[in-house]
Design a binder for this molecule. Structure first.
Ligand code: BES
Ligand code: MN
Length: 451
């Protein structure tokens, strides 16, 4: 029996301890928990046998850095992951508390189990297994684990932008994406970027009685609705001038590969999403809509009266949280400017409207034709006993574009989450067989790279 098979229950116990730390990066009341999670990762990396592991302080939550550089002449892999998690609300929807990990069947339920503590832990345990069973690693290894991924924090980007010599590597390896289907090993080669911000609309300088002033007073919430409708039409096509100019359509080969993926649209719609039907650009195939086309979504509207009962008021101010996901080769600064201009152009009489950016990230698209991705596919083929598929994802991992731009290295995205893992939602889970196979895949991958 291999080291990995022998130590499964210890791996699960370690993961449980990690999951018990409520490292919600966006909530200030959790900042000491976030730090505790960073320290936990640092200790794990030390125990794993890395030459050293330390926190890198800066604005925001700390980075964790570790390295083992004793394989001269061999390539250097930079592992990336994040130890922060999304908020757990709505709490009443969880079957077991979000920070008290519970195993039901073959799944471990907790916030962050799949995104991304479970997957970050895969990388650490893979390296630990090699070090403990052979005393060395087949390649040079560095870790850079952050605590602000879920908030679009700037710390890691500022750090990487200075191109610190210690980050020199041949490829980054990221476990923070999903498998296309259970049992189907998957490498993600494209992610969407994002511009996230607030649409702030102001009308009168104070709230007004809607009977006395209705018919004459401007209404900021009505204005938000009008502006949003002007930005995206009822077919899901974004109406912002120039927005699609840089969008690269997938080439025919990639389209054909997507069409061959095992997929049941009814199950996706009704079971996975729990929706009545799919929407979006009618002439664009589904995978292209979610992987290779930009989006514009509203996440929340604040303003006026939203309590129980009734209050007749025309609010003075309203705010909508709005994001747009970007695809290659769109640029965040340009897209943000186009969006701002479109908001101004669509702003109705009597109110002032402004879009303020909160965070942004570039899209990424990697050419899979390199030895680091080939070896990853081979390793996963072997561990899962199935041919690895290449997909894109609609989500964003800001660091991928940053590594590409400032370190000039490709990111290998070996993902072990499942489509029904409930990322960012109640009852997030991680499928334990994927946890174990993920550890073995990453370890085998490092061995293959060292040959
Ligand atoms: N791991 C996810 C992104 C992801 C999810 C990739 C599913 C592929 C498949 C990541 O942690 C995430 O949620 N990112 C945020 C980034 C944003 C806040 C900048 C996202 O996509 O909303
Ligand atoms: Mn996430």
């Amino acid at each position: 029996m291999s080291y990995y098979q022998q130590h499964r229950s210890e791996f699960v116990e370690g993961l449980r301890a990690f999951l018990r730390i409520p490292s919600v990066s966006t909530l200030p009341e959790h900042s000491s928990d976030v730090r505790r999670a960073a320290e936990f990762v640092r200790e794990e990396l030390r125990t794993a046998g890395m030459s050293f592991a330390e926190l890198i302080e800066g604005k925001g939550h700390p980075l964790v850095y570790a390295e083992w550089m004793n394989a001269p002449g061999k390539p250097t892999i930079l592992f990336y992951g994040h130890y922060d998690v999304q908020p757990a609300d709505p709490l009443e929807e969880w079957k077991s508390p979000p920070f008290e990990p519970e195993i039901r069947g073959q799944d471990i339920f907790a916030r962050g189990s799949s995104d991304d503590k479970g997957q970050t832990y895969i990388q650490i345990k893979a390296v630990e297994g090699l070090l403990k069973s052979t005393g060395k690693l087949p390649v040079n290894v560095k870790f850079l684990i952050e605590g602000e991924e879920e908030t679009g924090g700037e710390h890691i980007e500022e750090y990487v932008r200075t191109r610190p010599p210690r980050l020199k590597a041949d490829a980054a390896v990221i476990c923070d994406t999903e498998m296309f289907a259970p049992g189907l090993p998957t490498i993600c080669i494209g992610l969407r970027g994002i511009v996230y911000g607030e649409l702030v609309v102001e009308g009168a300088n104070h709230d007004l009685h809607s009977g006395v002033y209705g018919g004459a007073a401007p209404n900021p919430i009505q204005a938000i609705a009008q502006i949003l409708c002007a930005l995206k039409d009822s077919n899901g096509h974004i109406s912002i001038p120039g927005f699609y100019d840089r969008v690269i359509p997938p080439d025919p080969q990639e389209r054909e590969a997507w069409a061959r993926l095992p997929f049941d649209e009814t199950e996706y719609t009704q079971k996975e999403m729990g929706a009545a039907e799919l929407v979006g650009e009618p002439e664009v195939p589904l995978f292209e809509r979610v992987w290779a086309r930009p989006t514009l979504e509203v996440h929340g509207i604040r303003g006026g009266f939203t309590g129980e009962g009734a209050k007749t008021v025309i609010p003075a101010r309203a705010v909508a949280k709005v994001s747009t996901r970007l695809v290659a080769d769109q640029r965040p600064e340009e897209a943000a400017q186009q969006l701002k201009n479109a908001v101004k152009a669509a702003c109705p009489r009597g109110v002032r409207a402004e879009f303020r950016v909160i965070h942004s990230a570039a899209p990424s698209l990697t050419n899979p034709d390199n030895r680091f991705i080939h070896a990853a596919a081979q390793a996963m083929n072997q561990v899962f006993g199935k041919e690895t598929v290449f997909i894109r994802s609609g989500g964003s991992i800001p660091i991928v574009g940053v590594f590409d731009q400032y370190l000039g290295i490709p990111s290998v995205m070996m993902g072990f989450g499942l489509p029904d893992d409930n990322l960012h939602a109640p009852n997030e889970k991680f499928h334990l067989p994927n946890f174990f196979r993920g550890i073995e895949s990453v370890a085998l991958y490092l061995e293959m790279l060292g040959r």
